[in-house]
Design a protein around this ligand. Structure first.
Ligand SMILES: *Cc1c(COP(=O)(O)O)cnc(C)c1O
Length: 422
């Protein structure tokens, strides 16, 4: 499928008059339509709730849009909990799914009455000693081995640091019950960025069967099953996007087949989607500022891996549109690079694109999740602004760009820094 941008060249020309590139741009209309579809797809489940994975796009303005649709927050750290609290999320609107969790984060999560999703068997003891055991708790399950959908290997849970083994899960539920827990949840995240409608239904089946077994054996009252994140997006043009209605229907079937006959038809389904909620509805806008002709052809941009790390970190594909040249032939082979002193600072390698001229605006697609958020400050590069393209076509600055002052803010050498002019 041809990958279209959600913004036009004319709009970008206007936006760049006010805000210099690079910046991340978000599509309010796309975000809203997508969350509505998700809710509809799972409307068969009375307790359904999406806890947006804050780490994917930790911007309060964007999270507030999702909040309008009843989404909660899935937090994994102190600052994410703080952000959720500042936005007015309370108690059961917050899922705290973290691992190797510091004691003070458990304490803080307990103070907020967030739902804690324990990552490990030993955390039962740790939580009891540091923050106390709440009435509602969830445990993360790791079935080990390879996670397959028919014969395709999707991921390798046996090699992942997360979750309880099956034996630990059963034992853990017994212990937690004896310590006064009344409401239980089960959580698992077995494959990332899946582009198949089968992932959630396959995962659901595993979790539903496990839930039936656990209830039988331990008597624990399971109130919710958290399918977590992992629904992917088509980064590549040739990929078929997921159909969220087919996914919702697949989970419903498993629910009807496994939970309903076991008398567990009142279980709520939770999700903790990040990428699926925001990924396609953000892009990184950058300007081509240099061209270089050595052994290969290079285009140097004003954005770098500081703004988007996925290509450098995972070799991830992000589609690139040269704005205004959408219909020109892709007859030039380029490496599209940033300016870091790191040879992996490339948004694309050997990419066939139309001829790029200096000053051309490039849109790097699908940066709405795990994009800005993964950024860092290597080479002393500053993080960009985030801008919301609103439904009415106007824009709102939802995070200003960093300034040198931000970069230097953690030095406490005021006598030295006073000599620097910003
Ligand atoms: C990262 C993460 C998510 C979100 O994952 P996506 O792939 O963005 O959907 C959800 N839950 C947990 C616990 C995570 O670590």
């Amino acid at each position: 499928m041809k990958k279209e941008t959600f913004v036009t060249l004319e709009q970008l020309k206007e936006i760049t008059k006010e805000y210099p590139t690079p910046f991340h741009l978000y599509d309010e209309k796309g975000i809203r339509e997508n969350v509505k579809r998700l809710k509809e797809a799972f409307s068969w489940n009375k307790g359904f709730k999406e806890y947006f994975a804050v780490k994917a796009t930790p911007n309060p303005y964007l999270i507030n849009i999702l909040k309008e649709y009843g989404c909660g927050c899935d937090c994994s750290s102190m600052t994410e909990l703080m952000m959720a609290q500042a936005l007015g999320f309370k108690g059961e609107d917050i899922m705290f799914s973290s691992n190797a969790t510091p004691a003070e984060e458990f304490v803080y999560a307990r103070e907020m009455d967030a739902v804690i999703n324990l990552d490990d068997f030993t955390h039962i003891d740790f939580l009891e000693k540091t923050a106390g055991i709440p009435e509602t708790i969830s445990c993360r399950f790791n079935p080990g081995g390879l996670f397959k959908i028919s014969t395709d290997i999707m991921d390798n849970p046996g090699d992942a640091k997360y979750g309880f083994t099956k034996e630990q899960l059963f034992e853990g539920f017994k212990i937690l019950k004896s310590k006064g827990v009344k409401n239980f949840g089960i959580h698992a995240f077995l494959a990332s960025n899946t582009v198949t409608n089968e992932y959630y239904p396959t995962l659901a089946k595993i979790l539903f069967e496990t839930a039936v077994e656990i209830e039988k054996e331990t008597g624990a009252d399971i109130k919710f099953i958290n399918l977590s994140g992992g629904i992917g997006i088509p980064y590549r043009p040739e990929q078929e996007p997921n159909d969220i209605y087919a996914i919702g229907e697949g989970v419903r079937k498993a629910f009807e087949e496994i939970l309903v006959p076991a008398g567990m038809g009142d279980i709520a389904i939770y999700t903790e989607l990040g990428r699926f909620m925001m990924g396609p509805y953000g892009c990184l806008v950058t300007t081509a500022v240099h061209e270089k002709h050595i052994y290969k052809e290079y285009i140097g941009c004003d954005a770098s891996a500081v703004n988007l790390m996925r290509p450098a970190m995972y070799g991830a594909y992000h589609h690139i549109t040269v704005m205004g040249k959408e219909n020109e032939p892709c007859d030039h082979k380029y490496d599209i690079t940033g300016s870091l002193c790191e040879n992996n600072d490339k948004f694309a390698i050997d990419r066939m694109l139309p001829k790029i001229d200096m000053g051309d605006l490039l849109v790097i697609h699908d940066t709405g999740a795990h994009g800005f958020a993964m950024g860092y400050n290597y080479n002393g590069k500053l993080k960009s602004a985030e801008i919301l393209l609103k439904e009415d076509g106007t824009t709102q600055l939802i995070r200003r760009a960093e300034t040198p002052k931000d970069y230097f803010a953690t030095f406490d050498f005021s006598d030295i820094l006073s000599k620097i002019e910003y």
